[in-house]
Design a protein around this ligand. Structure first.
Ligand SMILES: Nc1ncnc2c1ncn2[C@@H]1O[C@H](COP(=O)(O)OP(=O)(O)OP(=O)(O)O)[C@@H](O)[C@H]1O
Ligand SMILES: [Mg+2]
Length: 339
């Protein structure tokens, strides 16, 4: 009986499940394997953070989830399950419904994607009326409420984008994203173009909104202090692959992969002393021909000669729902089991 109960609890499906996702850009020089066998789940009400150096494939994943990728990008393998529905098999109409109504997308450049000849309020109303049978007056009232919720004076709904600051434009985009109360919001570097104080304010408001509305988020950022502060779980990507995944606390306090350790060791925390960003020597590989074995081995100062450059490491369990793809952790585990 109790066994049954346990298995029922475990059977609660995640809101989003990405399984074995492969995305490549077919270029004249050959396929750029931007996303290589990536798997992760996002639970309801969870903020899932995705980080890694520029070019590691974060935006490609975000676009592939909503099938917003364009040629030369192609999804070559894998599954994207949203609420158990296979997104990669949806027809055009169902996909249109999924976007905005169930999954909203806020990108780094979203604030520049606002229509310059329409007031921001009109743009919120447009999204609502395109998906729901609401009267203009009701939609306008709702737009005012949403502006208030994201921290813009509701009277600003009659402003044109150029009359608002960058921070306000980005908040307006977040208001549009929230308009249909989606279950998942994908935030691809939503605040990177803004100054640090505004970034933090917007993230704090998003967190409050999350508690109020109860959505999940895929939060992509370069900013590790924001990442650690606002995510429940985190995946660290390197050269198209997830190299470590765990709770925010595990990734911050006990990173296992040398790449995660270098990343975590080189950023200033929001509250702590501001250390200089030391960076990681070398640069990420060209994904036209990634290194053999562990893709990080050419930059890794603890690589095991003969092993890391030849054998590709799989994700290995290093703690409770904590996984890292590094031969060092498997070797450590082997030593431990032998002793
Ligand atoms: N149109 C394209 N043609 C060929 N390669 C591309 C194209 N767009 C992206 N790539 C390659 O795909 C890889 C992943 O790019 P992506 O934009 O997903 O990275 P990212 O992690 O989001 O980077 P950033 O942090 O700079 O936003 C990069 O190595 C990039 O060079
Ligand atoms: Mg990107």
């Amino acid at each position: 009986m109790s066994h049954e109960t346990t298995s029922n609890i475990q059977a609660v499906p995640p809101l989003l499940s990405v399984q074995g996702l492969h995305v490549e850009y077919r270029t004249r020089k050959g396929p750029v394997r931007a996303v290589d066998n990536v798997s992760f789940d996002i639970q309801r009400n969870e903020v899932f953070g995705l980080a890694g150096e520029s070019g590691c494939g974060k935006s490609t994943i975000a676009q592939a989830i909503l099938r917003l990728h364009k040629p030369p990008a192609h999804i070559t393998d894998g599954q994207v399950l949203f609420d158990m529905t296979d997104v990669l098999k949806l027809d055009k109409k169902a996909l249109q419904q999924l976007r905005w109504e169930h999954i909203a997308f806020v990108s780094q450049s979203a604030m520049n994607a606002l229509n310059p000849v329409m007031t921001v309020g009109e743009q919120v109303i447009d999204v609502m009326q395109a998906h729901r049978p609401v009267h203009r007056k009701q939609a306008r009232q709702r737009a005012r409420e949403l502006f208030d919720v994201v921290g813009i004076d509701p009277d600003r709904i009659d402003s044109y984008p150029h009359q608002l600051s960058g921070g306000m434009r980005q908040r307006a985009v977040i208001a549009i994203a929230l308009a249909l109360q989606p279950e998942l919001i994908i935030l691809d570097e939503p605040t990177t173009a803004l100054d640090v104080v505004v970034q933090k304010q917007i993230m704090e408001e998003l967190k409050q909104l999350k508690d109020e509305f109860g959505f999940s988020a895929l939060f992509i950022t370069h900013d590790l202090s924001l990442l650690v502060e606002f995510s429940d779980r985190i995946a660290i990507m390197y050269a198209g692959e997830i190299v470590e995944i765990g709770s925010s606390r595990q990734i911050f306090t006990e990173p296992q992969h040398p790449y995660t350790q270098r990343l975590m060791g080189s950023f200033p925390t929001l509250h702590g002393e501001r250390k200089a960003f030391l960076g990681i020597p070398g640069s990420p590989p060209n994904l036209l021909s990634p290194p053999t074995g562990c893709r990080f081995h050419p930059r890794c100062d603890v690589a095991i000669a003969g092993l890391c450059q030849e054998v590709h490491p799989d994700l290995f369990t290093v703690g409770d729902k904590h996984h890292a793809a590094c031969h060092l952790v498997t070797e450590k585990d082997r030593d431990f089991q032998q002793s």
